[in-house]
Design a binder for this molecule. Structure first.
Ligand SMILES: [Zn+2]
Length: 427
């Protein structure tokens, strides 16, 4: 099965220069393709409308509050993006990524000779994966926003396709170096790959001042997989919540990461200080103080992100190593995110990431995941007598069943209902 594995890498100065150059080349290529697409479609009325929303000042006479103006602008952009998406779907618009690559290849020797300084993958995959992927996400089911131009320093990355490279040695287990085409010395990694198997691709990325290699690997898995469900104790229902990160049907409650709140003050102070250092003149070169402060802010963001990830990894590892059948709700995350009160909590809980980890870890331990239908009323069904209590409000954390009199903790009740679904599916 395909797995992702992210490992920190430690480039020396010379290697770091190469990595930065490769990121820059990938970014330039992506922006080149996006710009070309926009030029080719400049007559599309929907694209013109979208571009207008980018530029329009929705607060021309300062009569609206800043907050309202921001909200209006966001709404206008969403509307324009919706219209463009519909038009593209109707026209069956496809990105001819092969054509773009061919064209760039034909001009790069003359126009962009510096592209040859780094691996050709950085150029090719910026179009093949990033650029065409951005449009796939835009017109696809997830309905992401219209692709934006990439900025320097924001999500710097490039990708290497190892299926296209045949002269590289197999990546051996226990070998903690990464070899990049036309980079002299191999890159040192913090650890060796934890899986053996065929490596398809590696994405090199930078976060604050740290570099990472994310492997996509077709891993060969050990044979110690679970088989079926022979014991009731092996089945668990997991209710992902707003108050706690997760509540299990055995009554255990897992709190989410407190990092966001814990670092909120520190982040605010440092961001304020960053704003003060930004400089007043247009196009003024950023000061050393500014750059140092910017890195400091990035480091705090990173701390928060890691604390969240850590909580999730512990939860998903414990679930998949202790239970054979795990039932969760197939949450309508998009619908929930549009509810702003819930949005912050959900972003914290990182449900997407939870589901992703759970599925890949389950496939390694052999646990089965049951996704309950998103319309299954897990919270408002009595887990004792199955009566549905339609009047349940979000604020009610405890409720009493009118039919059988059972008193329920909202989240535990939901988890027990999920466990019941898992049992009925597997016994
Ligand atoms: Zn009841």
């Amino acid at each position: 099965m395909l797995l992702g594995h992210k490992i920190r890498i430690y480039p020396n100065n010379e290697q770091e220069t190469y990595l930065k150059k490769a990121c820059g080349t990938a970014r330039f290529t992506y922006n080149w393709a996006l710009n070309k697409w926009m030029e080719e479609h400049s007559g599309l009325p929907e694209l013109i409308a979208l571009k207008d929303t980018w530029e329009t000042d929705y607060n021309p006479d300062r009569r609206k509050s800043k907050k309202q103006a921001k909200k209006d602008r966001r709404e206008a952009i969403t509307k324009a993006e919706g219209e463009l998406r519909t038009a593209m779907r109707r026209a069956g618009e496809r990105i001819d990524e092969g054509g773009y690559r061919k064209e760039l290849n034909s001009i790069k020797k003359e126009k962009y000779p510096w592209m040859y300084d780094v691996t050709k993958c950085a150029v090719q995959l910026a179009i093949k994966n990033d650029f065409s992927g951005a449009f796939k996400h835009f017109t696809g089911k997830e309905e992401f926003g219209f692709p934006r131009f990439k900025k320097k320093g924001l999500n710097d990355s490039f990708r290497i396709d190892y299926t296209a490279l045949t002269n590289l040695p197999e990546i051996r287990q226990g070998y903690n170096y990464l070899e990049i085409p036309n980079m002299g010395q191999p890159l040192k990694m913090a650890e060796a790959l934890r899986f053996s198997g065929k490596v398809y691709a590696v994405t090199i990325s930078r976060r604050a001042n740290e570099w990472y290699a994310s492997y996509t690997i077709d891993a060969e898995l050990p044979d110690n997989q679970r088989t079926g469900c022979d014991d009731d104790n092996q089945v668990i229902g997991v209710d992902l919540g707003v108050r706690a990160l997760a509540t299990l049907s055995n009554g255990k409650v897992i709190e989410g990461s407190k990092a966001t709140r814990q670092y909120a003050g520190q982040l605010r102070r440092n961001q304020k200080s960053l704003t003060r250092k930004i400089g007043s003149k247009k196009d003024e070169e950023k000061s050393k103080n500014y750059r140092e402060q910017r890195d400091k802010v990035a480091r705090i963001h990173k701390k928060i992100a890691y604390a969240r990830l850590d909580v999730l990894h512990k939860l998903t590892s414990s679930l998949t190593s202790n239970f054979s059948v795990i039932a969760i709700e197939d949450l309508n995350i998009k619908g929930m995110l549009s509810n702003h009160k819930l949005a912050k909590h959900i972003a914290d809980g990182a449900f997407y990431e939870f589901k992703r980890q759970l599925f890949y870890k389950a496939s390694m331990t052999g646990s089965k995941i049951i996704l309950a239908d998103r319309f299954f009323p897990s919270s408002k069904t009595c887990s004792v007598c199955s009566t549905v209590y339609d009047g349940l409000k979000l604020s009610e954390t405890e409720w009493r069943c009118q039919t059988c009199g059972a008193i329920h903790d909202r989240d535990i009740n939901a988890a027990i209902n999920l466990e019941k679904i898992a049992k009925s599916a597997y016994t």
